[in-house]
Design a binder for this molecule. Structure first.
Ligand code: TEU
Ligand code: CA
Length: 560
């Protein structure tokens, strides 16, 4: 069943604070910088802000390695700054959800400092320690998402600890009920401050298969993915339901679980209301379509058919039960206009077309900072201009294996996470108005043409188009709660679908290329009176039942 909920009618805006806006000239974005931009976000029309982590952190993984869950990262400001941001947001009718990173902590967290002291330390079992194999090697053959082994040897106690990500991100032991209670207490501590929910980092990794067995390794690699033993593990639903009962159920909040490796059927189990687990999940299938068997750095061409088949599968699977999140951008993914659109000749048209595709679908749309005015991927010549641990670890590992600098830069240009982490381009002044100091990462040189200031006052800008899409979602129940059915399912160039609710129909046409394909309105609607709902072009003819789409044209009709 699907009841009406505020978070189903909302548009959510993700802020990666480090790169959003620097208020004190140290080159690093901060909380006061966010507060300065709340009117801009209000003007865009979004409802909820998802803040990537702002907790104390050594920033090995830019805040996704937390050393104190109840205090603010020095670079971002103080708890007072955070309270001020929350109040200023709420005063504008904006909600704030926080990033919950509890699959792992930082190795500088007090819990880990204790845990590593001795095998009988009360905090020992807050983390996952194992002796090495007979020959002294790691307890199993799993690799880390950030290269190398998922295990790090610790001299003090002569054992290894598990870290699915960097060695400074030890996995917490969710089998330990005390760890779970610590997490629930911390969640309630933030909820009592008045936040409006959580985005939960790799939350489907927290239940590991007992025994942590070696993964099959047919090619005899040094390390292999152990994901089958920690994705959607045996106790995951038990833990998430317990979290609902112990921390969430008494608050009117929303939750979205980031779930690499989740499929549609599992997603229904996580998000259907009867489960009392999560409201939504971030799935990764559509953003893995351009990855080969070797993972994200194994580049694979993307086809419209692949993308359409996947998005349709998810729309249909969660149409009656559960709820979709709709995204193509975040701080881990390359910029969508560069990846799925055309960031050159048809930059504006394709950005608007992709936005139409997502925002007219069923689910809650997520906008990542800068997407709303078309920020693009970046290409730094020098590997030292890259800051992301995932990229740098991969570069070093592959260079050691003999892969050329040029080949690696090609892969980084297409898939590197720093594509999404260059400073938000506010205007065409120095450093794009992001900072008066030296930015922690270089600004994308195209900021002179692509920036918020130029967009906000231009009625033909991508920003203005996002404003319209958001307004349509706020005004129209068919966009939010309507059914979904694909149209033109074998068309090589056009992604077309329809939404229906209470006799109102929306017909959505998105041309994914620069050709000019002709399409025809379905026979059943040819006599009905069509009005144009939105388009990324000024259209002469909106009456005909047959029409030709311009390059990257998006066109939505409303029939009622
Ligand atoms: O990402 C989870 C995750 O799987 C990512 O590593 C993603 O698959 C990969 O980056 C794609 O290149 C979450 C956070 O969003 C990410 O920023 C963190 O690095 C990671 O967890 C560890 O906390
Ligand atoms: Ca700053």
């Amino acid at each position: 069943s699907q009841t009406k909920q505020w978070w189903k009618e909302s548009v959510i805006y993700q802020i990666y604070p480090r790169s959003f806006n620097d208020s004190n000239g140290d080159g690093i974005g901060d909380l006061k910088g966010i507060t300065e931009k709340l009117d801009y976000l209000k003007q865009l029309g979004i409802d909820v802000i998802w803040l990537s982590p702002v907790y104390k952190s050594p920033n090995d993984d830019n805040g996704y390695d937390i050393s104190d869950y109840k205090d603010i990262m020095d670079e971002f400001g103080t708890m007072e700054d955070w309270e001020e941001l929350l109040e200023a947001a709420h005063n504008r009718g904006l909600k704030i959800i926080m990033d919950l990173v509890v699959n792992h902590s930082s190795d500088e967290h007090a819990w880990f400092a204790e845990s590593r002291k001795s095998k009988d330390n009360p905090y020992r079992d807050y983390y996952i320690w194992r002796p090495g194999k007979e020959d002294g090697s790691e307890p199993n053959n799993w690799d880390s998402a950030f290269s190398g082994s998922a295990w790090e040897y610790d001299e003090t106690t002569g054992e290894y600890y598990l870290h699915l990500f960097s060695k400074k991100q030890p996995d917490l032991n969710w089998e330990n009920p005390t760890v779970r209670q610590e997490v629930y207490d911390m969640m309630r501590w933030w909820l009592d401050k008045g936040i409006d929910g959580f985005r939960m980092d790799v939350i489907n990794f927290i239940s590991k298969v007992p025994g942590l067995p070696d993964a099959p390794n047919p090619e005899g690699k040094k390390y292999v993915s152990g994901s089958q033993y920690f994705m959607n593990g045996p106790r995951i639903h038990e833990f998430l339901h317990e979290m609902h009962e112990e921390a969430l159920k008494d608050y009117d909040v929303m939750t979205v679980g980031e779930m690499p490796g989740v499929g549609p059927d599992e997603a229904v189990n996580y998000t259907k209301e009867e489960s009392e687990e999560l409201n939504m999940v971030f799935q990764f299938e559509h953003v893995d379509l351009d990855s080969g068997p070797g993972g994200k750095w194994d580049l694979r061409p993307l086809s419209l058919k692949d993308l359409r088949d996947n998005l349709v599968k998810w729309q249909k699977a969660l149409e009656q039960d559960g709820w979709n999140s709709l995204y193509m951008n975040n701080h881990d993914q390359p910029r969508m206009v560069s990846r799925f659109g055309n960031d050159g000749k048809f930059h504006k048209e394709s950005a608007k077309m992709l936005a139409t595709l997502l925002h007219m679908m069923k689910g809650t749309p997520y906008i990542y900072q800068g997407e709303e005015f078309g920020m693009t991927n970046v290409q730094f010549e020098d590997i030292n201009d890259y800051k992301d641990i995932e990229t740098l670890n991969m570069y070093r590992e592959k260079r050691d294996e003999g892969v050329s600098h040029e080949e690696l830069m090609k892969r980084i240009y297409v898939k590197g996470r720093d594509n999404a982490r260059t400073p938000v381009q506010w205007d065409d002044s120095k450093n794009a108005g992001f900072t008066t100091g030296k930015p922690w990462i270089q600004v994308n040189p195209n900021y002179k043409e692509i920036n918020a200031a130029a967009a906000v006052n231009d009625e033909n800008s991508i920003f203005s188009y996002y404003q319209k899409l958001i307004e349509l979602r706020h005004q129209n129940e068919t966009v939010v709660y309507g059914s979904f059915d694909i149209m033109l399912n074998d068309n090589e160039e056009v992604f077309a679908y329809k939404r229906e609710l209470n006799g109102e129909t929306l017909l959505v046409y998105c041309n994914f290329y620069e050709d000019s394909p002709q399409v025809e309105i379905p026979a059943e609607y040819q006599q009905a009176n069509k009005e144009l709902f939105i388009s990324n072009y000024e259209l002469e003819d909106t009456e005909s039942n047959k029409f030709t789409l311009k390059p990257y044209e998006a066109r939505v009709y409303r029939i009622r």
